[in-house]
Design a protein around this ligand. Structure first.
Ligand code: NAP
Ligand code: MG
Length: 400
């Protein structure tokens, strides 16, 4: 390695897996260089969460980060860890600093069949992570009256629109988004599509929302035309816009193998639909891509708290490490490509293959053993699974 990876350690069961993955699958084979940030809750509390901010800036500086799942504190966690305060979600903090789009992609493997028969290849969701319903303002209307939408410009000029003459009690909601944020969403999507060599779809409801959703469509179209059209032609991929309901129908009949860009709420709903239909949350990777092409890789699942408490009692767990292994292999591969390190790229590919082959050859953790279509399987503990991957990784690396 030449440039270090930004390594963001985390919490609970995934922290245990993190150490096992490094010791068994990475350190014996890679002269690993990382800039290490401990985002474990204890360290975040000790540093008044400065460690999270530093880690995010390091990701911007070095360009590629790999992150372990972390606890987002709630009232229970404040008590459990004796926290100074209820620190914000590390992912939220990192996203706010890096400014990007979250891409979630299922790991498809023989033996874990999608519920949708036509899906042969993974479908990646690209979710816009700013505004709309997540930053709304609401009013419970007590009785009859006039509802208006008012914008007061910096120079005092007002724009006013009637929403409704309300003849009784009801509800009201205001949303916003920013051109700047939509533009960076569009660029992140187009960059990711070029990187993955896949088509990208974007859908909204601009037939009904002729200004709001239409703005999204227009910004995507303009940025595509001005900055990406030629690159897409060369890469033989395409950008496709349609209405959200049409997109849903097409997704269900598709073979997969494309990226589906969604507005914030659509992305929230559709990513859970896709991950469950593809098999398991533990088989979903997640990568944050910022508009300048900086990457942060992680698993889509959380810290698997219930398994951790069993682990603390000395019980064996069967926790699936696949998404965390793929976060590492994805980050190492990206680093290798940026730095032109062929050996490291081959290693990262071998790690991915070895992991998939382990499952396809019938060795898997309990969550997958429950849903697999394979006839004979061995249900592995957390460490047995990693050892089984290591055996195949040795074979793959010897074959190179
Ligand atoms: P979780 O870690 O996603 O796990 C929920 C349940 O899903 C587990 O109890 C387990 O089911 C199953 N599961 C998830 N990942 C699995 C894996 N790798 N292998 C096997 N089974 C898996 O969510 P949680 O336990 O509700 O949340 C724990 C903490 O994670 C919370 O503090 C939350 O803030 C945090 N979180 C972090 C992130 C992140 O950093 N990206 C994302 C989400 C949540 P069974 O118990 O039935 O086996
Ligand atoms: Mg959700």
């Amino acid at each position: 390695m030449t440039t270090p990876l930004v390594e963001m350690d985390g919490d609970e069961m995934t922290r245990i897996l993190w150490k096992m993955i490094k010791e068994e699958l990475i350190l014996p084979y890679v002269d690993l260089k990382t800039e290490y940030y401990d985002l474990g809750l204890k360290k975040r509390d000790e540093t008044d969460d400065r460690i999270t901010v530093e880690a995010a800036h390091a990701a911007l500086r070095l360009g590629v980060a790999v992150k372990c799942a972390t606890i987002t504190p709630n009232a229970d966690r404040v008590r459990e860890y004796g926290l100074k305060q209820m620190w914000k979600s590390p992912n939220g903090t990192i996203r706010a600093i890096m400014d990007g789009t979250v891409f979630r992609c299922p790991i498809v493997v023989r033996g874990i069949e999608p519920n949708v028969r036509t899906w042969k290849k993974p479908i990646t969701i690209a979710r816009h992570a700013y505004g709309d319903i997540y930053k709304n303002t609401e009013i419970v209307v007590p009785g009859p009256g006039k509802a208006e939408l008012v914008f007061t410009g910096a120079d005092g000029t007002q724009i006013r629109e009637l929403i409704q003459e309300m003849d009784g009690p009801g509800i009201l909601q205001g949303w916003h988004n920013l051109d700047r944020s939509i533009e960076s969403f569009a660029r992140s999507c187009f960059e990711y599509a070029l990187d993955a060599g896949q088509d990208i779809w974007f859908a909204s409801k601009d037939t009904i929302s002729k200004k709001y959703d239409a703005r999204f469509r227009e910004i995507f179209e303009r940025i595509f035309r001005e900055e990406y059209e030629e690159r897409f032609e060369k890469a033989k991929i395409r950008y496709f816009y349609t209405l959200i309901d049409d997109a849903v129908a097409r997704v269900m009949k598709s073979e997969g193998g494309f990226i589906w860009a969604c507005k914030n709420y659509d992305g929230d709903v559709m990513s859970d639909m896709l991950s469950s239909a593809f098999g398991s949350l533990a088989m979903m990777t997640s990568v944050l891509v910022n508009p300048d092409g900086k990457y942060e890789y992680e698993a889509a699942h959380g810290t698997v708290q219930r398994h951790y408490y069993r682990y603390l009692k000395g019980e064996e767990t069967s926790t699936n490490s696949v998404a965390t292994i793929f976060a590492w292999s994805g980050a190492l591969k990206k680093r290798a490509q940026l730095d032109g390190l062929k050996d490291l790229e081959r290693y990262a590919d071998a790690l991915g293959h070895a992991t998939l082959r382990t499952i396809e050859e019938g060795e898997m953790t309990g969550d997958l053993a429950l849903i697999t279509s394979l006839a004979s399987v061995r249900k592995c503990t957390s460490s047995e699974f990693i050892a089984a991957v290591r055996k195949r990784l040795e074979e793959e690396l010897n074959g190179i």
